[in-house]
Design a protein around this ligand. Structure first.
Ligand code: C2O
Ligand code: CU
Ligand code: CU
Length: 478
C-alpha cells in the first residue's frame, strides 16, 4: 500500500494562520547541500566516549554579500553531527562561548532530567563549561541537540543552536539501510529564516507569538540546495528544526518513498508514501530509490509548491536491495494496572497559550509518575477546529508510543517510538509513557514560541524507595 495524502487535518495547516509567511523560491542558483561534519570524539575507549560541545557565536555565508551573524555548536550555524552508541557511557563537556547563558537539551535522549537533559534547569553561564555523563540506552535513532533556556529557547534556536545527534546500535547495523554518512545517509535539518538588511536575522522584527517564520527555506543552512545522487538508494534523516513551520514534503514527479524511522528509532515496518508532513521537532527517516532515473535527471523535493532540494542523478551501481517487511520489534508494554489516565490540555493561541490552563512555572512540579510505571496520557488540543493550529506535543527524557487519535487509529507512520506528536485542533491523542530514569522532565508544545509563551509543564518521575528533591531554578536566580 502506498499512501498518497498527508495525514494531518488540512484545515489546521499553518497555511491557514493569520500570520502565515509563504516560502519564496530562492533567486540564487542552486548550491551544494551542506552536510555537517561528524563531531570527533576527544577520546574513545571500548566502553566510553568523550566529547566537547561548544556553543559559539560566528558568521555564516547564506546569501551573496554580507555574512549573517549566527550561533552554532562547534560550527558557525547549527552544529557538527554527534554520534552516540547504544550501551556506551558518554561524557560531554558543554562549553558556552556565547555572550549569554544557554542550556544544552538532548531532545529524544533517554537521559535524566532536569540537569543532564539540559532543559531550563541546567544553565551554562557565559564563559563556563559544565560536564555531564550518561549511559546511552535506547535504540538507534535520529535525535537532536538544541538550546532550551526559558524563555529564550526560540531566539537561541533561531540564531542557530540546533544539531543532529545520531544514535547507533547493533540492531540497526544489521538492517539493509543506507548508512554511509554524507554519501547515502544524509541529515537534513529543515528550517526557515527571514533575511533583513545586510542579510541579518532580526528575531524581534519577525516576532509572532504563534511562531516565527521566514520566507527563505534552509536545509542544513543551505539556501536552494542540490544533492548529487551517487547511489541508487538514499536515506534522508529529516528533522523539522523550525520554530513554527510545518513541512509538507513530496517530490515534484510524485516519486514514492519509504519511511523507515520516526522520532525514537526504526519503525516496525516501512511505510510507503508520496507525501509526508513533518511538524515541529519531529524526525522521519525515509529511503528513496532512484532506480528509475538516468544520469542527468533531476527530481526535486518540494514543500507545498516550493522547491526544497534538487536531487541530481549521477551514474550509480545498480542496487536491488529490498526493504524487509518487518524491521524491528517495538514492545507493547501493558499499562500499569490501576493508574488513572493522565489528561492534559494544550490551550489557546497567541499570548494566551497554556498547558492545563496554566502558564509554565519553573518552580512548580505539575505532575508525578512513578519511575517504570506505564501510564496512559490523553492530550487534548482545545483549539477550535475551524481556526486552531496543530500543537506538536513533546515529552523530555523518554520515547512514547501513540495509541489512538480521537479513539480511532493512529496515522500509519506512528507505530514506532515517538517523542513528539502533532495534535490537531479539537483532537485527543492517547499515548503510553514510561520514564525509566528518575528526574524532572518538561513536556510542551514544540512550536517554540508557544513553549516560551508558557504552553509547557513538568513532571517528576519518582522512585518511592529513593525520594529525591530536585533543585529547580527560577527565573530570578538565573
Ligand atoms: Cu526539543 Cu523541550 O524540547
Ligand atoms: Cu526535548
Ligand atoms: Cu502550540
Amino acid at each position: 500500500k502506498v499512501y498518497t495524502d498527508y495525514f494531518f487535518d488540512e484545515p489546521a495547516y499553518n497555511t491557514h494562520d493569520g500570520g502565515y509567511i509563504p516560502l519564496v523560491t530562492p533567486k540564487i542558483a542552486p548550491q551544494p547541500l551542506a552536510v555537517p561534519p561528524l563531531l570527533k570524539p576527544d577520546k574513545q575507549t571500548a566502553t566510553d566516549d568523550y566529547y566537547t560541545v561548544t556553543a559559539e557565536a560566528s558568521e555564516t555565508q547564506f546569501l551573496p554579500g554580507k555574512k549573517t551573524k549566527t550561533w552554532g555548536y562547534n560550527a558557525s550555524f547549527l552544529g557538527q553531527t554527534i554520534v552516540f552508541r547504544d550501551g556506551k557511557h558518554t561524557h560531554i563537556d558543554l562549553r558556552n562561548k556565547l555572550p549569554e547563558l544557554t542550556t544544552f537539551h538532548w531532545h529524544g535522549l533517554n537521559v535524566p532530567g532536569p540537569i543532564t537533559d539540559g532543559g531550563c534547569h541546567a544553565p551554562v553561564y557565559p564563559g563556563k563549561t559544565n560536564h555531564i555523563d550518561f549511559d546511552v540506552d535506547q535504540p538507534a535513532a535520529t535525535t537532536w541537540l538544541h538550546a532550551h533556556p526559558c524563555p529564550s529557547t526560540a531566539t537561541q534556536v533561531w540564531k542557530g543552536l540546533a544539531a543532529m545527534v545520531l544514535i547507533k546500535d547493533d540492531v540497526e547495523d544489521q538492517l539493509p539501510l543506507p548508512r554511509n554518512y554524507g554519501v547515502d545517509d544524509i541529515p537534513m535539518v529543515l528550517q526557515d529564516r527571514e533575511f533583513h538588511e545586510d542579510n541579518q536575522f532580526d528575531y524581534r522584527v519577525d516576532y509572532d507569538p504563534d511562531g516565527v517564520q521566514g520566507h527563505t527555506a534552509l536545509v542544513n543552512g543551505t539556501v536552494n540546495p542540490y544533492f548529487d545522487v551517487t547511489t541508487q538508494r538514499v536515506r534522508l534523516r529529516l528533522l523539522n528544526g523550525s520554530n513554527r513551520r510545518e513541512w509538507r514534503l513530496h517530490f515534484d514527479d510524485g516519486l514514492e518513498f519509504a519511511q523507515v524511522a520516526s522520532d525514537g528509532g526504526i519503525m516496525p515496518t516501512p511505510v510507503y508514501l508520496t507525501k509526508l508532513m513533518v511538524t515541529c521537532a519531529e524526525r522521519d527517516e525515509i529511503v528513496i530509490d532512484f532506480g528509475n532515473y538516468q544520469p542527468g535527471d533531476e527530481v526535486t523535493l518540494m514543500t507545498d509548491e516550493t522547491p526544497l532540494v534538487h536531487f541530481r542523478i549521477k551514474a550509480f551501481a545498480p542496487d536491488d536491495t529490498q526493504l524487509p517487511e518487518h524491521l524491528v520489534d517495538i514492545p507493547d508494554e501493558t499499562p500499569t494496572p490501576g493508574l488513572p489516565v493522565r489528561k492534559i490540555t494544550m490551550d489557546g493561541m497567541d499570548e494566551e497559550v497554556a498547558m492545563d490552563g496554566k502558564k509554565f512555572d519553573m518552580q512548580r512540579i505539575d505532575a508525578r509518575q512513578k519511575v517504570n510505571d506505564v501510564a496512559i496520557w490523553e492530550i487534548t488540543n482545545t483549539n477550535s477546529t475551524e481556526n486552531g493550529m496543530v500543537h506538536p506535543f513533546h515529552v523530555h527524557g523518554t520515547q512514547f508510543t501513540v495509541l489512538a487519535r480521537n479513539d480511532g487509529p493512529v496515522y500509519p507512520n506512528e507505530h514506532g517510538w515517538k517523542d513528539t506528536v502533532g495534535v490537531n485542533p479539537g483532537e485527543t491523542v492517547r499515548i503510553k509513557v514510561r520514564f525509566k530514569l528518575t528526574g524532572v522532565y518538561m513536556y510542551h508544545c514544540h512550536i517554540i514560541e508557544h513553549e516560551d509563551g508558557g504552553m509547557m509543564a513538568q513532571i517528576e518521575a519518582y522512585d518511592p524507595a529513593h525520594p529525591k528533591t530536585y533543585h529547580l531554578m527560577d527565573m530570578e536566580t538565573l
